[in-house]
Design a binder for this molecule. Sequence first.
Ligand code: G6P
Ligand code: ZN
Length: 543
Amino acid sequence: MTAHTVATQPIPDQKAGTSGLRRKTRDFMAPHFLENYVQAILNAIGGAADKRFVVGGDGRFFNDRAIQVILRMAAANSAAEVIVGRNGLLSTPAASHLIRLNKADGGFILSASHNPGGIDEDFGLKFNMANGGPATEAVTDQILAETKSMRAYKMLDAQDIDLGQPGERRLGDMAVRIIDPVTDYAALMETLFNFDAIRGLFSDGFTMRFDAMHAVTGPYAQELLENQLWAAPGTVINATPLPDFGGGHPDPNPIWAHALMDIMTGPDAPDFGAASDGDGDRNMIVGRGAYVTPSDSLAVIAANAQLAPGYRGGLAGVARSMPTSTAVDRVAQAKNMPCFEVPTGWKFFGNLMDAGKVTLCGEESAGTGSDHVREKDGLWAVLMWLNILAATKQSVASLMQSHWQTYGRNFYTRHDYEAVDSTAANGLMDAIRQRLNSLPGQHFAGLTVSEADEFGYTDPVDGSETTGQGLRILFSDGARVVFRLSGTGTEGATLRVYLEKLENDPDRFGDAPATALADVIRAAQEIAEITPRTGRDKPDVTT
Ligand code: G6P
Ligand code: ZN
C-alpha cells in the first residue's frame, strides 16, 4: 500500500455553516470535493501525524463511501489510529463521548443532522476537537483558509476496510479499531441516571413510544430503553437506520414527527413520547396530549436535574442560545444560578462547559445536553425526562402545569419561511437592521417596542467576538421577536422568526400558543414586511 499525492484545485465556497460543511450529496460526491475538505481539516489542525481520530456518521447515503475515503486519507497523512463505529454508525453525542473517552485528537462526524438523506438530498461533514465539541470559529476559519489554497491531498492506495465486524484492522501503518457504536455511550448514561427508578416506572406499566425516524438512534434506543430499562418491546419504532431515512425528514418536531404526534394525541396514547433526529443530537418530548417546547424542556430540566444521580450536586450554571425562550432564565434566577445567552450553534457552549461555568445547555432548535459530552444529546434528554417522571411520579402534563404555576409560562413559537430567495431574505434583514435605532417607541399590532438590537457575543472565556447573530425586538409587555437567517440550509435562505411572550395568569396557561402570541405574530409581520418582501403569506413550518 502506497500513499501518493493527488494534485487538485481549490473548490470555491467550502465554508462551514452553523454545524460543519453541509451540501447536496452530489456536491460531496463530485471529484475532489470531500478529499479537499478533509485535507483542509488535517492541514488546519497541524497535520494528522501520530494522531488518533474518531470517525462515524448517521448512516445516510454516502456515509459508508465517505468513511473509506477519510480512512485512506488519515492513513496517508500518517495518523496513528482511527476508531470507527461498526458499519460506520455513530450518533453525534456518542462520537463526542468517544473522542473524550479515548483522548482522541478529534473526530469526523458525517451527517447533515435532520436534513433528508439520499443522492438528491443532503450530506455533511463536521470536525470535532479533542474536547469532543464542534470546532471553534477560529478552527473553522483556518479550515476555510486551507480550502482556498488547496493544491494537493494525500491518499493511500488501498481496498475498502470491512467495517461490519468489531475488531482491529490495519490500513498501511495506521490502526483501525472498529467498535460497537452503543456500548460506551450506554455505559455513560448509566452513570448519570437512576436506571433502577426508570425500570420501576416501566415495570409499573408506564408506556412509551420512541420514534427513531429510521435514523441513527434506533440501535441506541433499543439497547437503552428496551433492553436495559425494560420498556416493552416495540416501544422504539422506525428503529432501523436507513440511507434515506425511509424517505422521511428526520427532524423531531410536531411537523416532521407528526406520526408520533398523532399517536400521542390519539385514543390509545402512551404516557410518554419522544423522538430524535438523523444524527441523534436533537430531541422531541411529548406527553399524552401534551407537547413540550424545547425551551420549556430546558427549563424543566434546569428545575429538576438534581433528581438524576449525575446532577445530584446541582448545576454550575445554565446556558441557552439567544432565540431560545427565557423560561430557563426564570429557573436560574429562582435557583440563583448563572445563566448565559450565546449565539445559535452548539459550538458556543463548549468554552463555558470546559471552564466549568455551565452544566446544562439548550436551544430552541430541539437541542438539550450537559457537560457529559460536548454535543447536544437526544437520548440523554429522553432519559433525563424519564428519570424526572420516575422521581416525581407526575405525568408530563401535570409536571408542566406545576412548572408554569411556579415560574409562569413563556408562550413560544417559531415560524420558518424556507427556500426564500436569498436576495429578498437579506433585503428583509437589512431593512430591519437599518431601522433598529428608530423602532423603540413605535407601535405595531398594539404592542410598543421597548428595545431593538442586533445580537453579538463576547465569549467570557476566550474573549472571542461574534457579531450579526439575529435581530431582537423587545416589547414593553415583555414579549419578544427575533429575526434570523438559518445557517444550516442548502437551498436559498430560510428566515426564522422566533416569537415569545411571558404569561403569569394561571387562567391563561391552557391557551393555544397561536392565540396567546397572535399580537406578537402580527407585530412581527408588520415590522419585517414578511409578505411583501418574500411573497409568502404564511410560514412553511411552525413549531
Ligand atoms: C444545528 C446546530 C444547532 C443549532 C442549529 C441552528 O442543528 O447543531 O446548535 O441550533 O443548527 O440551525 P439554523 O438552521 O437555525 O442555523
Ligand atoms: Zn442533529
